[in-house]
Design a protein around this ligand. Structure first.
Ligand code: ADP
Ligand code: MG
Length: 393
């Protein structure tokens, strides 16, 4: 798709030059020209952006630099991230700095020169290419939280990650149970590095360093493990969790979060970025009561019902000690999204063998997990090579 450019200058020679040069660049097209730099120029440009949401602007401010800066300011205010190239005669360092702070993306010195103009267009193309690649690569975050320990969040996160990986999605499991993370142990992974190392190196965490820190499961998904030294967990705060989750979601199709910890600020800061939050509970009355508190807290924190989904684990069909599924629905005000059968032996065997249950064709629990994945659009079948080519890991 061509990059759209809007040109504004009171100088006919400026507009002619831009039009002629753009005509030679197949990747850029001129979509609007304005001959003045008047007080309402920003309104007209913003109207154009409704038609061309990614259009960049080349703005000749030489006739009235202060007016030009004011146009720039209003454009960026209304459309943060808009790519604006300012053009003027010699600009002082102070002026350049002001323009930069107001959000100008590039500068072109007057009189326009061929080489300068083409270099500016090349920078614009690079910028747009980066934007598009980010748009393509942003993945989805699925978080599993449990209303108390031992409910089954880690088991669920592992099995869901395995389903996604089997389908050819680049998948990472983030173990947020920082004090007693089980994910690596359940998968039999020996790991040297953890989220603590990622946090310590946040400012230089490029692809190769991240790959070095991640453990890799035989099923093809990566795991960002919890630290083995508990004191290292204390170094990890809410902002670091946000940063790590953002880095992962930019690089993987699917980020699965093992959120088997209390609903504290740290977990909430990760849930904020999640597309779906699975709140896991069992039918025991204390678990149901906790689930109600959790849901209320999530609503108070601004999470809508479309993001939060209830998963009942270890389904007990009957018994006075358990709430029925109808009672669960009534108490929580929403129907469980999925109900997993009670299969303790299968679940424990899977841990013992360090192999997700979903990989066992005959297991009832495995089958239920496959159904869960399918409901979310992951049928666990490898996608065609062509469809998955070109993505990260
Ligand atoms: N559907 C299930 N049926 C029976 N036992 C299960 C089931 N899912 C998990 N378990 C078992 O319950 C225990 C706690 O599971 P785990 O995933 O570690 O929970 P959490 O992460 O919420 O603390 C483990 O022993 C696990 O094998
Ligand atoms: Mg756990």
């Amino acid at each position: 798709m061509a990059i759209q450019l809007i040109v504004a200058s009171p100088e006919p020679r400026f507009r002619d030059f831009a039009r002629e040069q753009v005509a030679h660049i197949s990747t850029v097209e001129l979509v609007a020209e304005y001959e003045d730099a008047g007080g309402n120029l920003h309104v007209r440009i913003l109207h154009d952006r409704e038609l061309y949401p990614h259009a960049a602007v080349l703005l000749d401010i030489s006739s009235d630099p202060e007016q030009g800066l004011s146009t720039l300011e209003r454009l960026i205010e209304a459309a943060p991230g808009m790519y604006v190239i300012l053009s003027d005669h010699q600009m002082s360092g102070d002026f350049l700095l002001r323009a930069m702070r107001m959000g100008s993306s590039d500068f072109l010195q007057l009189p326009l020169k061929l080489a300068d103009f083409h270099e500016a267009m090349a920078r614009l193309e690079q910028h747009m290419a980066r934007l598009h690649s980010q748009e393509r690569q942003i993945g989805k975050i699925y978080s599993f939280a449990s209303v108390k320990g031992g409910i089954g969040a880690t088991t669920a996160a592992i099995n869901f990650a395995a389903i996604c990986a089997r389908q050819g999605k680049s998948t990472v499991l983030l173990d947020l149970d920082l004090d007693s993370g089980d994910a690596a142990a359940y998968l039999g992974l020996r790991h040297q590095y953890s989220i603590a190392d990622a946090v310590e190196n946040l400012d230089r965490l490029d692809q190769s360093m991240l790959e070095g820190i991640l453990a890799r499961d035989a099923l093809g998904f990566s795991v960002l493990c919890a630290p083995e030294e508990i004191e290292k967990s204390r170094l990890i705060g809410e902002q670091q969790v946000r940063d790590i989750a953002s880095i992962l979601v930019e690089r993987f199709d699917v980020v699965v979060v093992d959120g088997s910890r209390g609903l504290d600020g740290l977990l909430l800061s990760c849930l904020e970025l999640s597309n779906s939050i699975f709140l896991m509970l069992t039918q025991e009355f204390p678990a149901l009561r906790n689930a109600q508190h959790y849901l209320n807290a999530l609503v108070r924190a601004g999470f809508g019902h479309e993001a939060v989904k209830i998963v009942v684990n270890r389904h007990a069909k009957r018994g006075a000690l358990y709430a029925t599924l109808e009672q669960v629905q009534q108490t929580l005000g929403m129907k469980p999204f999925w109900v997993l059968p009670n299969q303790y032996e299968e679940a424990m065997n899977a841990v013992h063998e360090a192999r997700p249950i979903v990989m066992r064709a005959k297991s009832e629990l495995g089958q239920s997990y496959r159904g869960f994945g399918k409901k979310l659009g992951f049928d666990g079948q490898p996608a065609s090579a062509a469809a998955t080519a070109g993505r990260g890991k």
